[in-house]
Write a protein that binds this ligand. Structure first.
Ligand code: SF4
Ligand code: SF4
Length: 428
């Protein structure tokens, strides 16, 4: 059970709010709903009232708190340095503990903690899609029976691959030429089952740049979906498991191609989960090695992408724009390395979009639970991407990739959505 009132964010930060409203002016949800109860400042008030017992931790309060992407835009803009998203996440868990839901417990405690079940679930979905069952069920109205927003959001989940990355990659991948580094690759669930080509590209680019790549076989989810859904206890258990897994190897760096995974493994989130616990020190040691893939390729390996070896040389040089995942730009302050990487692609033209650092509305499970709101936020992003005239929208988070691909379909655009490493792997 979460000791809500004793959490450092709840104990130390609430009194720092000076009611300036800066957080409100940058919040993508407030921009759409224009209601103080869904503004970050409103969430801060709500947490305060929960702490002081002025409101009960009811299901309704949980619904108010769920109107937040946990995108951290408010946090990075708050002049008082309040971790607003952490307050919200902590309050969600406090409220959830008092309003448990058996279906949600089953989904997050049994299914989402078991990589084999996740892979089997996606395989079934792939099979059903190949047989045309998803379209058939949609056409005859059966998908309308799905709970909550899933009846609309199922359209986002298209083209599930039949094989996971794990089934196509060896656990140990030797460096080509001279070995410079030993890399532990945190292969996240979404990349593994939904975007295996990204994982294959990651390994290909790393081994061609002198890295031995180890993919620990027993890794589990990093726990952010659990935090977002009020299950901090489950997130802690998952992270303890992953810390122990990485302790079996001695990598120079632990990398991931997923912005959400790296944000979950970096020091701020681990401090949130483990401050004052017996796991604080091992979590700190893990986080010191964690790095986003693009940062490693640019700042550590300083790679030069080979010219003239592009797999499909007949294609014209692409125009590329970039969407910053919130978990990379806000949670980790990473924005230069992915752009630098894209600008090093031989023959490519990089075009910045005006709303590059604005949330796309995907935010893990948010688009599945708040479909209509998520689509309004996506709309602004797609218009911004479209204005650049880019052929490729690059981004490095599977949740953003899924959301932007859905946006491309909704807006009838011809642009492709790709991870930067997928684009550069063509050159090796
Ligand atoms: S920006 Fe920070 S200090 Fe200002 S109202 Fe929001 S939470 Fe309070
Ligand atoms: S985390 Fe994002 S969506 Fe949530 S309150 Fe802050 S700015 Fe708004």
């Amino acid at each position: 059970m979460l000791n809500f009132k004793e959490l450092p964010a709840v104990k130390k930060q609430l009194m720092k709010c000076v009611r300036c409203g800066k957080c409100r002016s940058v919040c993508p949800v407030f921009e759409e709903i224009k209601n103080e109860t869904v503004a970050p400042r409103g969430h801060v008030f709500m947490v305060q009232m929960l702490r002081d017992g002025q409101v009960a931790p009811s299901r309704q309060v949980g619904e108010h708190l769920s109107n937040c992407l946990l995108c951290e835009t408010c946090t990075v803009n708050c002049p008082s340095g309040i971790d607003i998203h952490e307050l919200n996440a902590a309050a969600r868990s406090y409220v959830y503990d008092k309003n448990k839901n058996a279906a949600k417990d089953l989904l997050f405690d049994k299914f989402w903690t078991n990589p084999s079940l996740i892979a089997a679930g996606v395989k079934c979905m792939s099979f059903a899609q190949k047989l045309g069952l998803q379209t058939l069920f949609r056409n005859i109205g059966l998908t309308k029976l799905l709970p909550g927003d899933l009846s609309k959001a199922e359209k986002i989940l298209t083209s599930a691959p039949s094989r996971s990355a794990r089934s196509r990659l060896a656990p140990v991948n030797a460096a080509k030429k001279d070995k410079k580094l030993r890399i532990g690759y945190f292969l996240g669930c979404a990349t593994n089952v939904l975007y295996p080509d990204v994982a294959l590209a990651t390994v290909k680019v790393l081994v061609n740049n002198g890295c031995e790549v180890i993919i620990p076989e027993n890794l589990k989810c990093y726990g952010l979906p659990h935090i977002a859904n009020g299950k901090i206890g489950a997130a802690r258990e998952l992270m303890i498991h992953n810390i122990k897994e990485f302790q079996k190897y001695d990598p120079d760096y632990i990398i991931t191609d997923c912005a959400s995974c790296s944000s979950a493994l970096e020091s701020k989130n681990l401090e949130f989960l483990f401050a004052g616990s017996p796991y604080e020190e091992s979590a700190r040691q893990l986080s010191e090695k964690v790095m986003d893939l693009c940062v490693l390729l640019i700042e550590v390996l300083n790679i030069k992408i080979p010219e003239g070896s592009r797999a499909s040389e007949k294609e014209p040089s692409p125009k590329i724009t970039y969407h910053d995942p919130c978990h990379l730009v806000n949670a980790q302050g990473v924005s230069k390395a992915p752009r630098e990487l894209l600008q090093r692609i031989p023959g490519a033209e990089y075009r910045e979009m005006d709303l590059a650092q604005r949330c796309c509305g995907g935010s893990g499970t948010f688009s599945l639970t708040h479909y209509d709101l998520s689509m309004k936020i996506l709309d602004r992003k797609m218009k911004s991407a479209q204005k650049t005239g880019a052929d490729i929208i690059a981004t490095n988070c599977p949740s953003c990739i899924m959301q932007l691909k859905h946006g491309v379909r909704l807006h009838n655009l011809s642009a492709q959505v790709k991870h930067p490493v997928e684009i550069i792997s063509d050159f090796y």
